[in-house]
Design a protein around this ligand. Structure first.
Ligand SMILES: *[C@@H]1O[C@H](CO)[C@@H](O)[C@H](O)[C@H]1NC(C)=O
Ligand SMILES: *[C@@H]1O[C@H](CO)[C@@H](O)[C@H](O)[C@H]1NC(C)=O
Ligand SMILES: *[C@@H]1O[C@H](CO)[C@@H](O)[C@H](O)[C@H]1NC(C)=O
Ligand SMILES: *[C@@H]1O[C@H](CO)[C@@H](O)[C@H](O)[C@H]1NC(C)=O
Length: 437
C-alpha cells in the first residue's frame, strides 16, 4: 500500500505540505461524548442557528445527511428525550420566531431519513448556520415540529440520503460543508474525524472529547500514510458514482495476534460494504461473518438478557485486558489489489461493559460489542434490506478518517493519541491524494 501511494505522488509531483498551505485554523467542531444508556452514548456537537445565534446541541452523524433540528414546539421530541435514562437530557429546541434570518422554504417536506423511525413531520428552512470558524448564510436545514427522536443530528453524509431527496419530497441541496467550499472558506469538501484512541478512553461512560476539522487534516493525530479508498455501494463493494452512505470496502477482519487469526470475511477479494458511522456506538456484521467472529472468542456465551435486548454475546470483563482480543480491520480499494489500510481495534473496544447499553445493567458483565446484522435488524426490515454492515465509534476511534464527499472517497490512517501540538494542512480541491504530507 505504502509503495503505490508514494510512487504515484512522486510521479505526479504533488504539492508539498511545507509549501505554505499550512494555516493556523480551519472550521472545526468539538465532539463531546454523552453516555446515555438508552442509545449507548453518542458524540454531541454545539452549533449555532439563526440571527441572533441560538446554540443547538446535536449528535454528530456521518450516517445521515441533513442538519436535523427540532423546533421548540416539537413535543414528541420533548417526550422522547425526557424518557431517556439515566440522564433524561433535553437540549433546547430551535425558536424560529426569534431568528431574523429564518425562512421556511419547504413546508412539510422534511422527513428525517432515519430508517424505522415512527412518522415525523417537519419543514425545510433556511437560516444562518454557525460553527467555530465559519458562518454560512441561508443554509438549508430540516426543522421538525413532530419527531419522536430524543436528539437532533448534524448529518455529514452524501446528498442521496438527505431526508427530502430520500423520500422524494425535496431536491438535493448543498450541505454546510459544500457551502464552506463554495464561499471559499475551505478548498475541499472534507471532514477529518478523530475520536481519541487513548487507553485512558476505555470506558464508554466517560469517553473524552473528539473533534472534526473541515478542509484540513491534523497530521499530529495519525501515524503512517493516509490511504485513500473510494465510497462503495451499500450492499456490495462496487465503487459508487452516487454514494448512499459512507460505505467503504472491508477486505479482512481478523484477531490482531502474531500471526493473525483467520479472516472472518468469507470473500476477501471483494470484501464487505461497511458504513463508517459516528452515529452508532457498536458494530454489526453480515451474519455470515458474525458467526466467524464469535468463533474467535471461545469464552463468549449468547445471552438474550445481558444487555436487556437480544443479539449480544456475554464475555468475562477480564477479556477487555487481553491484548489478543484486539481486532484488525483492513479497508481495501476494490479497484486494485494493493491499496489497503489496517486499523487495529483494541480489546477494550471489541468488548464493552453491558451496563453501557441499558439502565441498571450488571456492572460486572461485559459483551462482545458487535451484533449480527440480520439477527439484530431483521433481514426483511428496511435497514436489513438496504445495508449489511456498520462500524460505529468503537471501531472509528482507532482510525483517523478524512471523509471527502466532493471526491467520494475516504482517506484513513491509524489514529494517534494527542501528544504534540496540532499541525493543520489544507486539503486541496483534488483531495488527500493531491497532498504530500
Ligand atoms: C416555527 O415556529 C412556530 C412557533 O413559533 C411553530 O409553530 C412552527 O412549527 C415552526 N416551524 C418550523 C419549521 O420549525
Ligand atoms: C451493487 O449494488 C448496486 C446498488 O444497489 C446495484 O445497482 C449493483 O447491481 C450491485 N452490483 C453487483 C455486482 O451486485
Ligand atoms: C445472562 O445475563 C443475565 C443478566 O446479567 C444473567 O442473569 C444470566 O444468568 C445470564 N445467562 C447466562 C446463560 O449466563
Ligand atoms: C446466522 O448464521 C448461523 C450459522 O450459519 C445460522 O445458524 C443462523 O440461523 C443465522 N442467523 C440469521 C439471523 O440469519
Amino acid at each position: 500500500m505504502v509503495s503505490t501511494l508514494l510512487l504515484l505522488q512522486n510521479i505526479l509531483g504533488f504539492t508539498s505540505a511545507s509549501a505554505a498551505r499550512t494555516r493556523l485554523s480551519f472550521p472545526s467542531l468539538n465532539l463531546k461524548w454523552i453516555a446515555e444508556d438508552s442509545f449507548n452514548g453518542a458524540y454531541f456537537v454545539n452549533v449555532k442557528v439563526g440571527q441572533p445565534p441560538q446554540t443547538l446541541t446535536l449528535v454528530h452523524d456521518t450516517g445521515s445527511s441533513d442538519i436535523f433540528i427540532h423546533s421548540t414546539v416539537d413535543t414528541a421530541y420533548l417526550e422522547a428525550c425526557a424518557a431517556q435514562t439515566p440522564n433524561d437530557i433535553c437540549f433546547p429546541g430551535y425558536a424560529n420566531a426569534s431568528s431574523k434570518t429564518y425562512k421556511e422554504i419547504g413546508p412539510g417536506k422534511f422527513l428525517p431519513p432515519i430508517l424505522g423511525l415512527p412518522i415525523s413531520s417537519g419543514s425545510y428552512i433556511t437560516d444562518t448556520f454557525h460553527i467555530p470558524g465559519a458562518t454560512i448564510q441561508n443554509q438549508i436545514i430540516g426543522s421538525t415540529w413532530f419527531a419522536p427522536v430524543p436528539f437532533g443530528l448534524l448529518g455529514t453524509g452524501f446528498p442521496k440520503v438527505q431526508g427530502g431527496a430520500f423520500q422524494g419530497t425535496f431536491p438535493r441541496y448543498p450541505s454546510f460543508i459544500d457551502r464552506m467550499v463554495s464561499d471559499g472558506t475551505i478548498s475541499s469538501a472534507t471532514e477529518s474525524i478523530w475520536l481519541n484512541p487513548s487507553r485512558a478512553d476505555d470506558d464508554p461512560d466517560t469517553f473524552s472529547d473528539g473533534h472534526a476539522i473541515y478542509g484540513a487534516v491534523d497530521t499530529s493525530l495519525f501515524s503512517g500514510d493516509l490511504v485513500t479508498v473510494p465510497a462503495v455501494e451499500p450492499k456490495n463493494t462496487t465503487v459508487s458514482q452516487d454514494p448512499t452512505n459512507w460505505n467503504l470496502a472491508v477486505g479482512s477482519i481478523a484477531k490482531a495476534t502474531t500471526p493473525p487469526s483467520a479472516n472472518i470475511i468469507a470473500n476477501p477479494s471483494s470484501g464487505i460494504s461497511c458504513i463508517v458511522d459516528t452515529g452508532t456506538s457498536f458494530f454489526s456484521l453480515p451474519n455470515s461473518s458474525f458467526v466467524n467472529l464469535v468463533a474467535l472468542y471461545p469464552n463468549a456465551v449468547y445471552n438474550d438478557s445481558v444487555v436487556g435486548f437480544p443479539g449480544f454475546w456475554e464475555l468475562p470483563c477480564s477479556e477487555r485486558d487481553n491484548p489478543a482480543n484486539a481486532l484488525e480491520f483492513t479497508f481495501i480499494n476494490p479497484r486494485d489489489t494493493v491499496t489497503n489500510v489496517k486499523i487495529s481495534v483494541p480489546a477494550w473496544h471489541v468488548i464493552w461493559p453491558a451496563h453501557n447499553f441499558v439502565p441498571g445493567g450488571d456492572p460486572d458483565k461485559c459483551v462482545l460489542n458487535a451484533v449480527s446484522w440480520e439477527a439484530y435488524f431483521g433481514a426483511d426490515s428496511n435497514v436489513g434490506r438496504l445495508f449489511e454492515c456498520v462500524l460505529g465509534v468503537s471501531v472509528m476511534k482507532s482510525g483517523y478518517f478524512v471523509l471527502d464527499t466532493g471526491n467520494k472517497e475516504a482517506s484513513i490512517a491509524r489514529a494517534e493519541v494527542k501528544s504534540r501540538s496540532s499541525r493543520l494542512v489544507a486539503v486541496p480541491k483534488g483531495g488527500v491524494r493531491k497532498l504530500r504530507l
